[in-house]
Write a protein that binds this ligand. Structure first.
Ligand SMILES: NNC(=O)[C@@H](O)[C@H](O)[C@H](O)COP(=O)(O)O
Ligand SMILES: [Zn+2]
Length: 419
């Protein structure tokens, strides 16, 4: 076995919104990755597979059961590299957390803190904010995927306030009038704050009327929005998310291979589908709708940027990966932050591919198919079987070769951090 390329085991999270049992990619991958310890309970939701060194779900080595964080701290120069240590200051942690999400029901209306706010929240409320890190994140769709992502353009929210009485009644005449006469970040925050702070019974009352209007007057919403409200009301009847999500946030629909990036302090909520998700190594979530979990409305309302974009601006376009060669295609999802990039490696059929080293640590997962992995020039001593759900650590600078002899599609995703 090579010390530059070895198999690791990630851990599942059974949040309530996950797909059930083996319908969840998370369940299938977690079981394939660790068949001796992970059996699939068909009645359980399998929401996330965590791959990284975050202490909440530490990744371990398949061969020894050691924590990846402990192996890294045994030789950080080898497993992180001096530049990553210098840049991020840790000798045990990967700067990123890599996940598979398999989504049956809408996640919470949420945002993640920037570094300054994360430090304050972790200090004041470590139970709900388990670390002091920011959590910018990126989703790469494995299947058709939909999500709320960022506020809708101001003009669209104005139109909803003018055409949907339940929305303007919930917001109130004064704030509605103030917003309609002058749509801005400041008046958007007033609208959002009024919605988020409304009493639950008032929200439920107007949500019931809103639902009726999607049936009696769908043209007031546009086809997809009326359907979305009806669909999410089944999951969370009368919830404030029907207003702050459906009427205020962009409804993004991504095809497999498309991606979107979320800076800290941007509102979002994933709705359905399977994705690869990569983020700075944090589990800090500020929630306020569509969730039974802890809600922190005041912090959410105060921390958002209230920037607005149209749906297409939320998407992140992949770039070529110059250090990949051979029979696979390489798509690099490279967001404007330091902690991570994600590389998709896709074989349509049999073939070989090579990747030159990256100057930092990587986690690689197989999302589809089977093949072999090995360190260039060390085929006899380092070859590993690659299978759907298999997860691997690649040390900095290691040159990896991938072989697909199955004659079928073979797809892998590699998260890495490079100084
Ligand atoms: N946008 N996605 C994320 O931030 C995931 O990485 C988090 O783990 C989600 O916040 C989990 O969702 P709940 O808090 O259970 O509603
Ligand atoms: Zn999030």
């Amino acid at each position: 076995m090579s010390s530059d390329l070895f198999r690791v085991i990630g851990g599942p999270q059974n949040y309530a919104w996950g797909k059930l049992g083996s319908s969840s990619a998370v369940a299938r991958f977690a079981h394939a990755n660790d068949p001796e310890h992970v059996s699939i309970d068909e009645s359980l939701p399998y929401a996330e597979l965590w791959m990284g060194t975050h202490p909440k779900v530490p990744t371990t080595l398949y061969s020894s059961g050691e924590k990846l964080a402990d192996v890294i701290s045994s030789n950080p120069e080898k497993y992180l590299g001096p530049k990553i240590i210098a840049k991020f200051g840790s000798k045990t942690e990967l700067p990123f957390l890599f996940k598979v999400l398999s989504i049956e029901k809408v996640l919470s209306i949420q945002a993640h803190p920037d570094k300054k706010l994360a430090g304050q929240l972790h200090k004041s409320d470590p139970k709900n904010y388990p670390d002091d890190n920011h959590k910018p994140e990126m989703a790469v769709a494995l299947t058709d995927f939909e999500a709320f992502c960022g506020f809708k353009p101001l003009s669209l929210i104005k139109e909803h306030l003018e055409k949907i009485p339940e929305f303007s009644k919930l917001v109130g005449a004064d704030i509605t009038q103030e917003y309609i006469s002058s749509p801005s970040k400041a008046t958007l925050q007033k609208v959002f704050s009024k919605v988020m702070n409304a009493e639950e019974d008032v929200v439920a009352k107007y949500a019931g009327e809103l639902l009726e209007r999607t049936k009696s007057q769908p043209e007031a919403f546009g086809a997809t929005l009326a359907d979305l409200i009806q669909r999410l009301d089944v999951q969370f009847p009368g919830d404030v998310g029907l207003f702050c999500g459906c009427l205020m946030l962009n409804h993004c629909i991504l095809k497999s291979g498309e991606a979107m990036f979320l800076q800290a302090c941007e509102p979002h909520a994933y709705i359905s589908g399977d994705i690869m998700e990569c983020m700075a190594a944090s589990d800090n979530v500020i929630r306020a709708g569509f969730t039974p979990k802890f809600k922190d409305v005041a912090v959410l309302v105060d921390s958002l940027t209230y920037s607005t974009n149209n749906v297409e601006e939320q998407k992140l376009t992949p770039a070529p990966f110059a250090r990949g060669s051979g029979d696979a295609t390489f798509a690099l999802y490279d967001p404007p932050i330091d902690e991570f990039s994600v590389l998709q490696i896709e074989f349509k059929s049999s073939g070989k591919a090579q990747m030159k080293g990256v100057d930092g640590p990587s986690i690689l997962i197989v999302s589809e198919g089977t093949g072999k992995l090995f360190i260039k020039g060390e085929e006899s001593s380092s070859t590993l079987d690659a299978f759907e759900g298999g997860v691997y650590f690649i040390a900095p600078d290691a040159e990896v070769e991938i072989v697909n002899t199955s004659g079928k599609p073979f797809t892998l995703y590699r998260a890495y951090c490079e100084a």
